[in-house]
Design a protein around this ligand. Structure first.
Ligand SMILES: *[C@@H]1O[C@H](CO)[C@@H](O)[C@H](O)[C@H]1NC(C)=O
Ligand SMILES: *[C@@H]1O[C@H](CO)[C@@H](O)[C@H](O)[C@H]1NC(C)=O
Ligand SMILES: *[C@@H]1O[C@H](CO)[C@@H](O)[C@H](O)[C@H]1NC(C)=O
Ligand SMILES: *[C@@H]1O[C@H](CO)[C@@H](O)[C@H](O)[C@H]1NC(C)=O
Length: 180
């Protein structure tokens, strides 16, 4: 777990926060690699202007799961250049039960708490419908100097040490047009 690198990156982002950029999600995919454990998995992007762009996920498990690890890669494409902005190894069970002191992780955790019915600690229970309902990207997460670019947020999750599912969100960041 590369904590220093994450914190350096997050500090950089947070120190540059200005809400002058808009982020749009353009596509979502959620491949299921372990259908015998992940019995139901669906994801949906709502791009209507009323929702300001949100995504939703439904998930049901065939067994209780108390080992959830993941790799998170945020990559940015500018022209034909792709940069992997950050690759984070996460222990989600640990993350669920610990208070996030970092501004950005706290923002993500707070939005999940608002939009999802995840437990406050593992296990995730078998046969329960877990959902993320209308998760919204917070524009404060985007640095003000960000040029117009495409991004990919790729979260690969393993359950009980087996590669299980992935949540990939494609999006675009553009300078906000003045509304006046
Ligand atoms: C999967 O979802 C469908 C439709 O919501 C439901 O009928 C079915 O029982 C679910 N399967 C499991 C294993 O939860
Ligand atoms: C999740 O399940 C609920 C209730 O069955 C349904 O209304 C909603 O459309 C589903 N969302 C997704 C992303 O599949
Ligand atoms: C969408 O954004 C507008 C302007 O920022 C805001 O007033 C409105 O409440 C937002 N709608 C939702 C559903 O979040
Ligand atoms: C970025 O990560 C992907 C895996 O998602 C890898 O295939 C690719 O080689 C990486 N690119 C760079 C420039 O590190």
């Amino acid at each position: 777990m590369n904590v220093e690198r994450i914190l350096a990156l997050l500090t950089l982002i947070v120190s540059c926060v200005r809400a002058r950029m808009d982020a749009y999600m353009t596509a979502i995919e959620c491949p299921n690699y372990l259908p015998e454990l992940v019995t139901n998995l669906s994801c949906h992007l709502d791009r209507s202007s009323q929702s300001n762009g949100t995504f939703s996920v439904n998930l049901t498990l065939a067994k209780d799961v108390k080992d959830i690890k993941g790799t998170y890669i945020f990559s940015i494409k500018r022209g034909s250049t792709i940069n992997n902005y950050t690759a984070i190894e996460m222990d989600y069970c640990q993350a669920l039960s610990s208070l996030q002191s970092n501004f950005l992780l706290k923002m993500i955790a707070d939005e999940l708490r608002r939009s999802a019915n995840f437990p406050l600690q593992c296990p995730f229970k078998m046969k329960k419908l877990y959902y993320i309902n209308r998760y919204t990207i917070n524009p404060k997460m985007i640095p003000s100097y960000a040029p117009e670019l495409n991004f990919k947020s790729d979260c690969l999750i393993s359950l009980n040490k087996r590669k299980a599912l992935r949540l990939i969100i494609h999006g675009r960041v553009v300078r906000r047009r003045s509304s006046r």
